[in-house]
Design a protein around this ligand. Structure first.
Ligand SMILES: Nc1ncnc2c1ncn2[C@@H]1O[C@H](COP(=O)(O)OP(=O)(O)OP(=O)(O)O)[C@@H](O)[C@H]1O
Ligand SMILES: [Mg+2]
Length: 320
């Protein structure tokens, strides 16, 4: 028998009245990986993780974390899992230190170990100098870091973070990303939800893209982009292109899509076949520009962003 997956979800469904929020999800998260659930607002991410963490009962299907049923073996599941919810639930009237001590007691950490563990976590969250301040006086980013520290206090094997950097500035976001990578380095499994593709791409070993409660794609970030199979050529010309130039570029082998905005062109290049890489079409595009009297001011060839991949997969953007 193979060892239990960190998380195994089978045929998971959640209905609220007639509305189906999660519509038959199947996936398996391996031990030690960072696994992302990505999807637009309302796609069912929080509903899914609530069922994984035993906060809500599935309408149909099953969940197991390290072989444990989070509803029927709630006590065991709680020890395995560290949760950083979307809405950070800290005691605003208590100090950072008191919040952690309270949680340490709740999670059965022996009294003699509590103070040491709490100060180590405050250090990790870079909040040592604010340990005695009331949480109510903290910024959003500081609260987020404290919530992460709290979730790690009892050394869970599996950590789940719901939108870990929502509403956090760029600098604090990087600090949080570093924590998440450190959790993986310590051998923990991390499940996170996000609607920031950059975050998914930086952190996740694999990502499940969900839309309307269904799995649209599940793969590594690199494979998701490769599957899309294209590069984007951005051109800035000296002057807006004439209609004949646009038509000529649009008709070239390897050009999948062409957008124009003033003197800027956005050309989606796809492999034209015969072992031809998307970039092989670049010289053909440039030849047409000079043949028809255009001049290039600036040129950039890049991979599609995951936002563009998502749009290609679902027909809608991540944050409409
Ligand atoms: N308790 C509930 N009762 C009724 N509908 C609910 C309930 N919880 C969630 N929903 C609905 O289920 C859908 C999925 O919600 P969910 O919170 O899982 O989305 P999400 O992907 O986490 O979105 P976000 O990115 O905004 O956090 C939404 O349409 C939401 O309104
Ligand atoms: Mg959510």
């Amino acid at each position: 028998m193979s060892e239990a997956a960190a998380i195994e979800v089978r045929g998971l469904v959640k209905r609220f009245g007639k509305f189906t929020a999660v519509d038959g999800l199947d996936f398996r998260v391996e031990r030690g990986e960072i696994f992302g659930l990505l999807g637009p607002n309302g796609s069912g991410k929080t509903t899914t993780v609530n069922m994984i963490s035993g906060l809500s009962a599935p309408t149909a299907g099953s969940v197991a974390i390290l072989g444990v049923d989070p509803l029927r073996q709630a006590q065991a599941a709680r020890r395995l899992l560290g949760v950083v919810p979307q809405e950070t639930a800290l005691y605003e009237e208590l100090t950072a230190e008191r919040n952690l001590l309270f949680h340490a007691e709740l999670f059965g950490i022996p009294a003699r170990e509590r103070a040491g563990r709490v100060s180590a976590m405050l250090e990790l969250a870079q909040l040592t100098d604010r340990a005695r301040s009331r949480v109510g006086t903290f910024s959003g980013g500081m609260k987020r870091r404290l919530a992460i520290a709290r979730a790690l206090l009892h050394r869970p094997s599996l950590v789940y973070l719901d939108e870990p950097t929502l509403g956090v500035d760029v600098q604090a976001r990087r600090v949080i990303w570093d924590y998440i990578l450190a959790m993986k380095a310590e051998g923990r499994t991390v499940l996170l939800t996000t609607n920031y593709l950059e975050e998914g791409e930086r952190l996740c070993d694999r990502m499940a893209i969900i839309d309307h409660g269904r799995l649209v794609a599940l793969d590594t970030p690199a494979a998701l982009k490769a599957r899309f199979g294209s590069s984007i050529l951005e051109l800035e010309l000296q002057a807006p292109p004439a209609a004949d130039l646009l038509a000529a570029i649009g008709a070239l082998a390897g050009v999948r899509e062409l957008g124009a905005d003033g003197e800027r062109l956005r050309v989606t290049l796809a492999a034209a076949g015969g072992g031809d890489a998307p970039a092989a079409a670049v010289p053909r595009v440039l030849a047409e520009v000079s043949r028809l009297g255009g001049a290039v001011r600036h040129l950039n060839l890049r991979e599609p962003s995951l936002d563009e991949v998502f749009l290609g997969l679902t027909g809608r953007g991540l944050r409409d």
